[in-house]
Design a protein around this ligand. Sequence first.
Ligand code: ATP
Ligand code: MG
Length: 315
Amino acid sequence: MVKVESIEKLPGVGAATAEKLIAAGFDSFISIAVSSPGEMVNVAGVTETTARKIIASARDSLEMGFETGEELLKKRDETIKITTGSKALDGILGGGVETGAITEMYGAYGSGKTSIAHQLSVTVQLPFDQGGAEGIAVWVDSEGTIRPEYLADLAKAKKLDPQEALKNFRGVRSFNSDHQMLLTENIGDLIKQGLPIRLIIMDSLMGHFRSDFSGRGQLADRQQKLNRHLHTLLKLAQTHKLAVYVTNQVMSKPDTFFGDPTEAIGGHVLAHASTYRVYLRRGKKGTRVAKLVDAPAMPDAEALFVVTSEGIKDV
Ligand SMILES: Nc1ncnc2c1ncn2[C@@H]1O[C@H](COP(=O)(O)OP(=O)(O)OP(=O)(O)O)[C@@H](O)[C@H]1O
Ligand SMILES: [Mg+2]
């Protein structure tokens, strides 16, 4: 990686363009390197040819080339796993909710998705050696289900000062899918202001998309927008080394004759974007069952956990 981060050093970027870029959040080589010419044209008012040149030179200066297996392994070591509070649940995720990736949990009403979000909002604040990421969570809330009192209880249970823990949390209510997308795009700004965001929560990811695009023939539009939204989230995850936890709703597969007919909504677009996909359901005696559905190099496995007033715990 280059040390000089002054974007004015990029060919085609004069003082005025630099100012516009910085104002729009493109204040580092990496943020420019991963942007699209269209975005550059919009925010900086340059021509598309110039935009392509700027992006290409930002990429060159970052040496975005192929890496050796050793380098890749080292990068993997830099990922942080945020504990869910349950060793069993962490186990099927390979240690916890991973930075640089999207973890999706889907399941029926009351299966534990929002409870896990509360738990992660607290555990993300813990020191690294306690399964935390020494950072804070930002929660984009489409359902109005954030419970600050519960966050305070969970903080106490983890021996954190509840007052401090609430200060180290940001929540915002979204009112439709466009608003949700806009809020998500603004998270980059919070990070630039110095907030140590290590976790983004989207609870639920699909709720607004589902109701805003409920008409017949709107599915293609919905998926296209969803794809853009997920791209924003992945970009945030990877550029800022933070974890993204999204919850999702379910539907019943109409053509299932055997087994569980429950399926996540969101189609291939979401299935493809989620690095970890976990199906939650109610188990025996108030337990919850988490099943890893789709993850790289991990066996499909199940874990049992419980939701308590002190958070997520092993059975
Ligand atoms: N303090 C608590 N003590 C014990 N159990 C709790 C507590 N808080 C929540 N629960 C359990 O968690 C369940 C709610 O789970 P949660 O809200 O996480 O579900 P969800 O998957 O987000 O559902 P939805 O699809 O409705 O959003 C409750 O039904 C209850 O069983
Ligand atoms: Mg919920």
